[in-house]
Structure formats: structure tokens, C-alpha cells
Design a protein around this ligand. Structure first.
Ligand SMILES: Nc1nc2c(c(=O)[nH]1)N[C@H]1C(S)=C(S)[C@@H](COP(=O)(O)O)O[C@H]1N2
Ligand SMILES: [Mo]
Length: 330
């Protein structure tokens, strides 16, 4: 009897559209992390299975530029209504044309035109330090196995500009729980890729590349801290830090490190990229605080990037109800 079961594209399981060797490898990575098979086929473990999986056909998502060939079925993710500052969203085009990503260029408006050579697939993330089992994560596998959600956050750069954008991702705490850091791990350190051949700004400047950042463990575990894989309902474009970055919405933007390749759990407070360059201007903690001026400018107000409006800056960027308890002395 001929096989007459014909399923539309979007009903194919990951097994059907992924070459077998890759599929097997991914399962290996997942096993190391203690993920179960059920979590593999996006979303079902979390009740997100009813999301519009077929918005982007797998063939489209599998284009060369996709960090995860399966991501078409994961975007847009369900919006989590808890996180919505009820402010007008920044225009997506403006947010994607005004970027700080010094690996490419210092000119914000030009970043999106300099990312053409940046290769985001395959992408792996090395996890080490004070952790029970050091692992190398495959980005596509990680994204497939995590329940993605959308959250609208305020974002405040130390340069006194701000935006309001919908990020897609999952709480960093979810990943940390899987990675099982040891009890003496008090900080987490992140590192960005080091590829001067793909990122012209790395070759032409004397910064201490690759970019590195860090958080206290309690900051990393705070429910606001996200691993971000998308923005405006789509996978992250390169200029926003593809394929994955951190977002820490109560801290100045430079803490939200882009395009991560390495995560380490450590006992002592790590140095950070900007702290190394000017510790008085960009200290480790860097919570948004309108009362503490940058040595060279006031932090009392901020300019909204698409409207040009100048608005008052809020302590912890408005997220005090989540994080004020972490900082007994402001
Ligand atoms: N690797 C890396 N991460 C980075 C930066 C950078 O230059 N390199 N810039 C930071 C700064 S200063 C800001 S304001 C935000 C900007 O993020 P966006 O371009 O997505 O708005 O990314 C942060 N993360
Ligand atoms: Mo920034």
C-alpha cells in the first residue's frame, strides 16, 4: 500500500526536516542538560503549542541567515501580559537602525549595514566554570527546547536615550537551573564572539575584545533577566545581537551583552568590558538611577529614540518592584 499520508509542510516534525546526524547530535546536547524529548518540538511543554506555528514556512526560515532552521514555528511567541509598561512601542525600523554594537562600528546608524559578513549559524555557547557539568550548547537546539515568550520592556542606554521594545526569549534563570551551577558560584560572566574577519570594528579598534559582561547570581536569577532570541516577533536581526543576547532592563544598556558564545559561573566579581575602559563611568553594578550623574552628563532624563521626546528617567528604569530588594542601599 502506498504511503498516502500527506502532511502539509508545517506538520513535519523536526526529525523530518533535519538531517539525521544533526538531529542525533542535538539530542545529545539536550540530554547533557537533562531536557526531555517532549521539549524538542517547540512549545508543547509550556502550553504555547497553539501559537501560530505556520506563520513562516520551514523552507523560508531555513534560509542561510536563520540561526535556527526551526525558528519559523516559534515566532511570534505568546506575549506575557505581566510585562507591558503601557508606553508606545518604539518603531521597529528605528530600533534596528540605531544600535550600539562596537564590534561592527561606533556609528549607530551604520551597524545594520556592517553585519553582512557576520555568520550566525551554526552557533554554539560554551558553558564552564563552577558548574556541575561543563557543556557546549547548540543555539538552535537551545531555542527549540525553550518555551519562548514575548515581553515588552523599557530599555535605557547610559548615553541617555531609551526605547520600548518587545523582546522574545526566556528567563535566564530557566537556563541556569538546567546548568546547575555549584553553590560557590556567586557571579555569572558572559562573552561575545571574537571574529575580526566578520566584524570590522574589532579589527580597526584597540578595545579589549571580545566584549565581556557579568552579573551577580541573584541579578541573573531575577525573573526580569532574559535570554533574548528575538525582537518584534521575529528572530533577532544581527544588529540587535543575533542569535542570542541578555537583556537586563533595570541596568544601563551596556550590561545587555549581545551575541554570546561563552558563559562562566565564577566565585568573584568579574571585570567587564566598559569597566576596564573607564571604571568611574561604567561600574559593574550600573543600575539606572536618575539621581546619579554620569561623570560627563546628567542621567535625570532620557530621549525616546523615535519620537525625540525627552522624558524623566526612573530609578531602576521603572522596575523597582522587581529589583529594589536586591539593593538595600540605593
Ligand atoms: N557585544 C556587544 N554587546 C553590546 C554592545 C556592544 O557594543 N557589543 N553595546 C551595548 C550597549 S551600549 C547597548 S545600549 C545595547 C544596544 O542594544 P541594541 O542595539 O539592540 O539597541 O547593547 C549592548 N550590548
Ligand atoms: Mo548603551
Amino acid at each position: 500500500m502506498p504511503n498516502i499520508i500527506v502532511r502539509p509542510d508545517w506538520q513535519l516534525s523536526e526529525k523530518d526536516i533535519t538531517p539525521e546526524s544533526i538531529y542525533q547530535n542535538r539530542r545529545l546536547f539536550l540530554k547533557q542538560l537533562g531536557f526531555t524529548g517532549a521539549a524538542l518540538i517547540g512549545g508543547s511543554a509550556t502550553g504555547c503549542g497553539k501559537e501560530p506555528e505556520a506563520k513562516v514556512a520551514p523552507s523560508v526560515a531555513a534560509s542561510k541567515e536563520a540561526a535556527n532552521p526551526n525558528s519559523g514555528r516559534k515566532y511570534p511567541a505568546r506575549r506575557n501580559p505581566e510585562f507591558n509598561p503601557k508606553l508606545p512601542l518604539t518603531d521597529a525600523e528605528v530600533a534596528g537602525s540605531y544600535n550600539n554594537f562596537y564590534e561592527f562600528t561606533l556609528v549607530k546608524e551604520a551597524v545594520k549595514n556592517k553585519v553582512g559578513k557576520f555568520i550566525i549559524s551554526p552557533w554554539s555557547i560554551q558553558v564552564g566554570g563552577l558548574v556541575e557539568k561543563p557543556v557546549t550548547l547548540d543555539f538552535a537546539e537551545l531555542e527549540d527546547s525553550m518555551p519562548l515568550e514575548e515581553r515588552i520592556y523599557r530599555f535605557r542606554c547610559v548615553e541617555a536615550w531609551s526605547m520600548v521594545v518587545p523582546w522574545t526569549g526566556f528567563p535566564l534563570s530557566m537556563l541556569i537551573d538546567k546548568l546547575k551551577p555549584k553553590s560557590d558560584a556567586k557571579f555569572i560572566r558572559f562573552e561575545t564572539f571574537n571574529k575580526p574577519d566578520q566584524a570590522p570594528g574589532m579589527a580597526s579598534s584597540n578595545y579589549p575584545w571580545p566584549y565581556f559582561e557579568g552579573l551577580r547570581m541573584d541579578e541573573a536569577m531575577n525573573p526580569l533577566t532574559m535570554v533574548v532570541t528575538g525582537i518584534y516577533g521575529k528572530p533577532l536581526p544581527k544588529q540587535h545581537g543575533a542569535p542570542l543576547r541578555i537583556i537586563v532592563p533595570w541596568k544601563y544598556g551596556y550590561k545587555s551583552i549581545k551575541s554570546i558564545v561563552k558563559i562562566d559561573f565564577i566565585a568573584n566579581q568579574p571585570k567587564t568590558f566598559w569597566e576596564t575602559l573607564a571604571s568611574d563611568e561604567y561600574p559593574f553594578e550600573s543600575n539606572v538611577n536618575p539621581a546619579v550623574s554620569h561623570p560627563r552628563w546628567s542621567q535625570a532624563t532620557e530621549k525616546v529614540i523615535d519620537t525625540g521626546d525627552r522624558v524623566r528617567t526612573q530609578l531602576y528604569n521603572g522596575y523597582g518592584s522587581y529589583v529594589a530588594k536586591l539593593y538595600p542601599k540605593v
